[in-house]
Every structure is written in C-alpha cells, then in structure tokens.
Design a protein around this ligand. Sequence first.
Ligand code: ARG
Length: 471
Amino acid sequence: MGAGSGEGSSKPWGGRFEEEQSPLFERLNASIPFDHVLAPYDLKGSQAHVRMLAGIGVLTENERDTILEALVQVAREVEEGSFTWSLKDEDIHMAIERRLTEIAGAVGGMVHTGRSRNDQVALDLQLYLRDAVSGHQRRLRNLMGVLLGQAEEGRDVIFPGYTHLQRAQPILLAHHLLAYVFMLERDWDRFASWVKSSWMPLGAGALAGVNYPSDRKKVASELGFERVALNAMDAVASRDAAFEYLADAANCGLTLSRLAEELVLWTSQEFNFAALPESWSSGSSIMPQKRNPSGAELVRAKTAGFLARLQGLGVVLKGLPLAYDNDLQEDKLYVFGTREELDLCLDAMAAMVGGLSFHPEVARAAAEGSYSQATDVADYLVEKGLPFREAHRISGRLVAKLAAEGRPFADAGMEELTVLSPLFDEGYYEVVKLERVIAAKRSPGGTSPSSVAEQLRIARDVLNRLDSAAG
Ligand code: ARG
C-alpha cells in the first residue's frame, strides 16, 4: 500500500490518505513511547465498553465474547512482555486494537463502535489517575505511621523549636513530628477529594456524542465511577482532573520537601540532633570523612519537578479551544512523571524518617542554651502585675546581660534580677526550667506533655480513619 496504491495509507485511519506518513512526523505524533503504561487501563475500559455494546444490542453475545477473550490474551501479552510495541501504531489505543484484531479477526474492529480515541484516552487517564492516587494514599499513610512511631518515642525528648531558623521556644520532639503527621493528613484528604470528584467520560465520542444509546451509567458503575461527564465536549476536552491531581501532588511534594529540609538540618554537624543510617547516607569521592544526606536533598529537589509539571500542564491547557486538540496528548508526560516520582519520594521519606536516630542530649542542650525560656520569664512578670510589653523589655534586658557573659538563665543571681525588677523572687528558678516551660504550653495543640498526648491520640484516630477509608 502507500502513495498511489489506491487503497489509502497503511494507518488504521488511513482511508482518506494516499501518502504514507513522514517518519519524522510519525516520531513527533506517536505517543506510544510513553502512553504504553496506559495499557491495563485501556484494556479495562475496552472490556466495559464491549459489555455495554452487547447490553444495548450493538454486539451479539458471540461477538462480545470473542472480543473479551482476545482482550484477555492481549492483557497477558502486555503483562508477560511479549507484546510488540511499534511506533507505527501511533498510540496505545491503536496498538491494542491492532493486536486484538490480529487475534480475533475482523470482529476485533468492532471494539471501536460508538467510541473515539478522544473519550477513550480521557477514560484511560481517569482510571490511571485513580490508581496513582490510591498508591500515593497508601504510601502517605505509611509515612504518617512512621512519623507517629518516632513521635511516640520522642514524647519526652526536649527539642529547640525554631522561628526564622533561630531557636525560639523549647518543644517536645513529638510536637514537631506530629505537625508533619497532620500536614500529611491534609495531603491524603486532598487526594481523597480528587477521587470523589472524578467522572466517567466514555460515550462522548469525538466531541458530539455517538449514534448509539450508550449506557454510560452501566460503564461508569462497572468501572467504579459515581458520576458520568454530562457534556460530551467537556468530557473529551477537559484536563482539570489531571491538573488538580498535579496540584495535589505538588502540595504533597511541598510537605515532603520541608520535612526533607529538617532532616538535612538535623543531621548536619552544626545541629547534630539526629543521624541517618549509613544505608541512607552517601559519601564523597574526594572527602573521606563526608556522610551526606543525599536522599533528603533529592526529595527536596524533586519537589521542583512536581511544581514544574503542574505549571507545564497548565501552560499546555491554557487557551486551548474546545474540544480535543492534539496538545492534550502531552498531558500524560506531566502526569506519569509525577506519579513515579511521588511514589519514590514517599517511600524514601518513610525509610529515612524510620531510620533516624535522635540525639536527645544534644537537642536539649540546644534548647537550654538559647534563652528560649525568655517569653516565659516575661509571662512570669506579667503574672506579678506588669503589662506584657514592660515584662518583655525586662526579660530582654536580662537575656542581653546573661548572653554577654555566656551564662544561662538559671545562673542569674537574685540581686542582679531585682536590679532589673523588684518583682523577681525565688519562683524565677522554677520558671526557667525547660520541663516547666514546656508543661505550661497546655493550650490544645500546644507542646505540653498533656497536649501532645492528646495530639498523639488524635493522630492514632486519623490513621484508623485512613485505614478504614482504604478498606
Ligand atoms: N494519543 C492520543 C492522546 O493521547 C489519543 C487521542 C487521539 N485523538 C485524535 N483525535 N488524534 O491524546
């Protein structure tokens, strides 16, 4: 066949063409090099479609069964790796239809009745994303469990809490780790609401609907969707679900990158609050003493990719006229990259956090040596009747004096204290004890042992909720 043969080009859609495709255009146009990962979803969608076609009498039961059997064989070949991928097939949809027809004969060509690649690919993407989301949720749950485990162990460990990366107030290590558990819970919930809002596009055809009374509800319920797309153009042209997925993933990436940064800081020689196991540290090719937190650094960096892919898809979509445009073929590049990288980052963070060993004495000394009780000294003077602003100033004067002499709060003598304010008394020495400072933060969500115990309880409930939602 080919130019001038009178039979059209060799492509399945080639009837109206005489010339063969330019090889360069074939390369530009083909999505098979990347969309082959959609195979399991495409097969699942085709099975549901074929059953529906038989249900409305468009296919006989025999035709349906022949196609379904052949689809099972195609699935097996894909799984076993014996399926032949060819650029000539253009995309996963045509590759599967080609093989289906080789196996089943001409009846295989009936699979595409009442369907366009436009609604087919939209369905594949929905199914793919749903799978991606459930994998992320499983891994998020695992990471949260690991963090909670470390928090339970660190419920008595005193840690310096920071603002501006300057030591601010003493906290419990558990308080710090629990912040991440609740941040990740929101990441999990965003993925859950993604699933709730997803819909089933098949039956839209190319853009106008199809000439058959497609039972779209049946396809939707077979494939586990609660909703069908209500407008055929919307169904084939919209990629907001993919964009939203990338946004949810990017949000999760932001959480991971902040946790990764904490790991980098904590395991540095300057902080030395924790160490990563050797199995999660890398060496230097020139400096024999180095032990680098490369895993955490790379998770931190990969978040750039999550944000870039979100932006990338947004730019692809911006200004596209309805309905399907070939630009939409590129949506998958952003989505596939993000799924793979997010799974990797979530697993890596769980392993690193689980492998952290903390250095409680070092962390405590850092909290002690930084006048992080200064706000509590001010509050103590407030209790004795001073306005907070005045109390703040006196506490600040005391810090200035002690810091200049390199002495801790506990070292201040009663005489030097009463020079600053006659309100100081022996109670001061209790006030500056770290345990007391922490115990005083008993507002809900605070760092006192009782508030942290409550947070731990809530976090355990959260994990139970996620487990029962996952079924
Ligand atoms: N490979 C295409 C994609 O990924 C499938 C849809 C093609 N539709 C078309 N009209 N060319 O978007």
